[in-house]
Design a protein around this ligand. Structure first.
Ligand code: ATP
Ligand code: ZN
Length: 298
């Protein structure tokens, strides 16, 4: 493989895959997929995407097989703690959070088990695929429980009699209630993060990484942003500006033939809800248009 091309590892197939490819596409990457389906070749940037199991991504980056990786902070933290336990340094640089893949690692108990505080977990068996994060939390809370390490299907462990509680990832909690489990405590909060190899990048690679990071910032900013245009009486300007969510300095344009009315154009950095439009109209606005923002560069 070409040494001058950035290599970024992302999850091959799973919850982070579509979001990660979508993020890279929004950053301008056009790619073709290799025959083996493991590599996406960047056609318009010196950047290739390796498709991997998420658990392998921290090591690929730590060992400098890949320059960059996108992985859940939960996987990264578990890896970091396991390296610490082996007396090894955790050699990856966490560059930035990516605002997707949000989830929580939580403790859950069967619905009918009483729970007031972490000490109620004393003496129990807790099933998890995240033993290091869980052990740290138990130690921090002075709980003496045993950790049952499973490789998956943690949520059925209590029904199978393998544990009295579980520590598992949830986003909405639907899986927990489907298994008659109750969330009692949050152990770790996670989202997808971008990580970098500890080995310094060549100047060319670093320049591209910096460009991509600026584009990621731009992608994150436009996500909620809207461009809003409306007409309003000059007298209502102050009220209307207050109503525009997250807009700094709107453009005010005179309207030919209507000295008492102006057009206002503004970028709103927060979601514009129907309620906002209704309030704007009540304040005297008309001809309100809300447009999505495609790209933004600060
Ligand atoms: P792989 O085959 O790559 O090992 P996996 O089964 O370990 O896949 P997924 O279930 O696809 O992984 O989850 C990938 C990541 O998505 C998780 O590590 C976590 O960071 C994030 N995530 C977001 N929401 C959830 C959720 N509701 N449950 C589990 N993980 C979630
Ligand atoms: Zn995995």
């Amino acid at each position: 493989m070409d040494k001058q091309r950035l290599k970024v590892a992302i999850q091959k197939s799973g919850r982070l895959t579509d979001h990660s490819l979508d993020l890279l596409t929004r950053c301008g990457l056009k790619y073709s997929r290799g025959k083996d389906q493991l590599l996406c070749f960047g056609e318009n940037m010196p950047l290739d995407v390796l498709l991997m199991r998420d658990d392998d991504i921290p090591d690929l980056v730590r060992e400098d097989v890949c320059d960059l990786g996108i992985v859940g902070r939960n996987v990264l933290e578990e890896k970091r703690l396991s390296l610490v336990a082996q007396g090894l340094p955790s050699q990856f640089i966490e560059l930035q959070a990516l605002d997707y893949g949000r989830c929580r690692l939580v403790i859950a108990v069967p619905e009918d088990r009483p729970y007031q505080s972490p000490t109620d977990l004393n003496g129990l068996r807790i099933a998890t695929t995240y033993p290091h994060i869980l052990k740290k939390w138990l130690a921090d809370h002075a709980v003496n429980a045993s950790v049952v390490v499973l490789s998956g299907a943690v949520e059925i462990a209590p029904r199978l009699g393998r544990a009295e509680a579980i520590c598992d990832l949830v986003a909405t909690g639907g899986t927990l209630s489907a298994n008659r489990l109750r969330e009692v405590s949050t152990v770790f909060e996670s989202e997808a993060v971008l990580i970098q190899t500890p080995v310094p990048l060549s100047p060319d690679k670093l320049a591209w990484l910096n460009r991509i990071r600026l584009r990621i910032d731009g992608v994150q900013q436009v996500k909620e942003s809207k461009y809003i245009m409306l007409h309003a009486p000059r007298s209502a300007l102050a009220d209307i500006r207050r109503l525009l969510p997250g807009s700094e300095s709107p453009t005010i344009i005179p309207l030919e033939g209507h000295p008492e009315r102006v057009a206002i154009h503004a970028v709103c950095r927060e979601n514009v809800f129907w309620e906002t439009l209704e309030s704007l109209k009540a304040a005297g606005a008309s001809a309100v248009l809300v447009l999505p923002v495609e790209k933004m560069l600060a």
